[in-house]
Design a protein around this ligand. Structure first.
Ligand SMILES: [Zn+2]
Length: 136
């Protein structure tokens, strides 16, 4: 899934746990779950950079206006997003880097869905987790 989706989902769900460590690891677990949901992944690095900037903007906004977000949103969001760091590092020059995170290494499912359906799945995830926070 997109970095922005992982950030928002991790922050809005695990961020509700309140404690930074619990929120962070809850975010990591949300990454595993979301990677199993059929979704679209982009292949172009420019889209990845744009995606990371959006996710960082989301984290900065949450730190700037914490009243709109669960108490440990930033920690949950970081936990949700950071596993994809190993995918970003693969774009750096040098030797081929192995993937360790279970949903990237093939240990647990990572299901794909073509554009545009795979994009709209992520819009639905973001709306669902945000609604979960605002309405419950
Ligand atoms: Zn991932």
């Amino acid at each position: 899934m997109y970095c922005l989706t992982h950030t928002v989902a991790g922050g809005m769900t695990a961020g509700r746990l309140g404690h930074p460590v619990a929120a962070f690891f809850g975010g990591v677990i949300s990454h595993l779950i979301l990677d199993a949901v059929p979704h679209h992944d982009y292949k172009r690095i420019v889209l990845g950079v744009f995606d990371i900037l959006l996710a960082l903007g989301c984290l900065v906004f949450a730190l700037w206006r914490p009243g709109f977000f669960p108490p440990a949103f930033a920690w949950g969001g970081l936990g949700g997003a950071l596993p994809d760091l190993e995918l970003v590092l693969r774009y750096l020059p040098g030797k081929d880097r192995p993937r360790f995170f279970p949903s990237h290494s093939g240990l647990v499912p990572h299901n794909r869905l073509a554009w545009p359906a795979g994009f709209w799945v992520q819009v639905a995830v973001v709306l669902a987790v945000s609604g979960l926070w605002y309405f419950f």
